[in-house]
Write a protein that binds this ligand. Structure first.
Ligand code: UD1
Length: 344
C-alpha cells in the first residue's frame, strides 16, 4: 500500500513511518515541523516522500493524499499542557486537523485510517471496592493529596480500591483538554467511517518511550522528563509516593501495532488499547532508568499535580486476540536502552 503518515517526522510518527517502510509499504510523510518539538531537519530515511505541511491546511492535505491507499494519523499536540491558554491549539491541531484530514480523505476516496488514540480517554480507569464492586472514582480531592493520601477512594464508602485493567468498552471519562480532543478525534473518525463505509482503527497508546523522544518540555511525558534530568546530572523527581501505575510501552512496539492495525478488516471504528499489560509504578520506572544511567538516584517528593490520575492501566487483550500484536520489548531492556538513547 501507499500510506500517508501525518506527523511522520515526530517521535512516534517517525518510528511508524520506518516500520511501514520495513513492512514493504510506500510511505509519504506530511509534517508541519511545529517548533515546539522540532529543530532543524528531521531524520527520515531517503525512501520516504517527505512533505512539510499542516493537517489543518486543506490544500496541503489534499495534495499529500494523492494516490494514497491508507492514512496513519499521528500528527497531534500531546501532553497535559500548561493551562487553558493551550486549549485552542489542542483543539486546532487534534480536532480541526482530524476533521480537515477526514473531509479530504472522503473527497479522495481513501477508505482506511489508523488513528493515534490515547489511554487518556479513560480518565481514572477501572477499580474494584471490596464492598461495592466495580466503581469509577471521581477526581482525587486536593485535601487528600495534601495530606499524602494518594489512592482514590470508593465513591460509596471511602475505602481503598484495587485498580484493574480497563477494556475498550469502558465508558470514556476525559478529564482535561488534551483527553477531550483525543476522544473527539475518535468520534470524528467514527462518523467518517460510517459515512463513507471506511475502516477506522484507533490505537489507544499507553505511556510511550524510546529513542528520539523529545526532551522535557511542559508537554513531555514522565519518561522524557526523568531521562532529561539524568542527562543533566539531576535526580529524577518522583511525584506523590511513586506508587502510581502506568504501562510504559516502547515506541518500536507502538510502531508494530500501527503496521498490524493498517491490515485490519471490517468497516467502522474499532479501538484497541496498546500497552504491555504489565504496568509498573512511576517509582519503579525512575529507579530502572537511574540505575541504567548510573545515577543520580531518584527522589520521591510527595508533590502532586491536581489533574493527574493515580493509575492508568488497560488490557491489551483485544489487540492481541484480534490483530495478533504483542509487546516485544521487555521493560528492563527498553529502559536500559532509553537511559542512553538519543533524545530530540
Ligand atoms: C501520559 C501522557 C498523555 C498520554 C497518556 C497515555 C504526557 C504529558 N502525558 O499521561 O499524553 O495520553 O500518558 O497513557 O505525555 N510525574 C512525576 N515526575 C515528573 C512528572 C510526572 O513523578 O517530573 C508523574 C505524574 O505525577 C504522573 C506520572 O508521572 O503520576 C505520569 O505523568 P505523565 O507522563 O506526565 O502523564 P500521564 O498521566 O501518564
Amino acid at each position: 500500500m501507499r500510506i500517508l503518515v501525518t506527523g511522520g517526522a515526530g517521535f512516534i510518527g517517525s518510528h511508524v513511518a520506518e516500520a511501514l517502510l520495513a513492512a514493504g509499504h510506500e510511505v509519504r510523510v506530511l509534517d508541519a515541523l511545529l517548533p515546539a518539538v522540532h529543530r532543524g531537519t528531521p531524520y527520515l530515511p531517503a525512501e520516504i516522500d517527505f512533505r512539510v505541511g499542516d493537517v489543518r491546511d486543506p490544500a496541503a492535505v489534499a495534495d499529500a493524499l494523492r494516490s494514497v491507499d491508507a492514512v496513519s494519523h499521528q500528527a497531534a499536540m500531546v501532553g497535559l499542557g500548561l493551562d487553558l491558554d493551550d486549549a485552542p491549539d489542542y483543539v486546532g491541531c487534534n480536532d480541526l486537523g482530524t476533521a480537515v484530514l477526514l473531509a479530504a480523505m472522503a473527497r479522495a476516496e481513501v477508505g482506511r485510517l489508523v488513528l493515534a488514540g490515547s489511554m487518556v480517554v479513560y480518565g481514572e480507569g477501572h477499580y474494584t471496592c471490596g464492598e461495592h464492586g466495580r466503581v469509577v472514582p471521581g477526581p482525587r480531592p486536593a485535601a487528600d493529596l495534601e495530606s499524602g493520601r494518594f489512592e482514590p477512594r470508593c465513591p460509596g464508602c471511602g475505602q481503598d480500591l484495587t485498580p484493574g485493567q480497563v477494556a475498550e468498552e469502558a465508558a470514556p471519562d476525559p478529564r482535561n483538554v488534551y483527553a477531550a480532543t483525543k476522544l473527539a478525534q475518535e468520534h470524528l473518525a467514527g462518523a467518517w467511517a460510517r459515512t463513507v463505509g471506511g475502516t477506522a482503527t484507533s490505537l489507544r497508546y499507553h505511556n510511550v518511550y524510546g529513542p528520539r523522544m523529545p526532551r522535557d518540555t511542559p508537554y513531555s511525558g514522565v519518561a522524557s522528563i526523568f531521562r532529561s534530568a539524568l542527562e543533566a546530572g539531576r535526580a529524577p523527581r518522583v511525584f506523590e509516593d511513586g506508587g502510581q501505575r502506568r504501562d510504559f510501552v516502547h515506541v518500536a512496539d507502538i510502531a508494530r501495532a500501527n503496521v498490524a492495525a493498517l491490515g485490519r478488516d471490517g468497516a467502522g471504528l474499532r479501538a484497541y488499547n496498546v500497552g504491555t499489560g504489565r504496568p509498573r509504578t512511576v517509582g519503579q520506572m525512575a529507579a530502572a532508568l537511574a540505575d541504567a544511567h548510573g545515577g543520580p538516584e531518584p527522589v520521591v517528593t510527595g508533590q502532586f499535580r491536581l489533574g493527574d490520575v493515580r493509575h492508568i492501566t488497560a488490557s491489551p487483550a483485544r489487540l492481541q486476540d484480534e490483530l495478533g500484536w504483542r509487546a516485544e520489548v521487555p521493560f528492563e531492556a527498553g529502559m536500559a536502552e532509553f537511559a542512553t538513547a538519543p533524545l530530540r
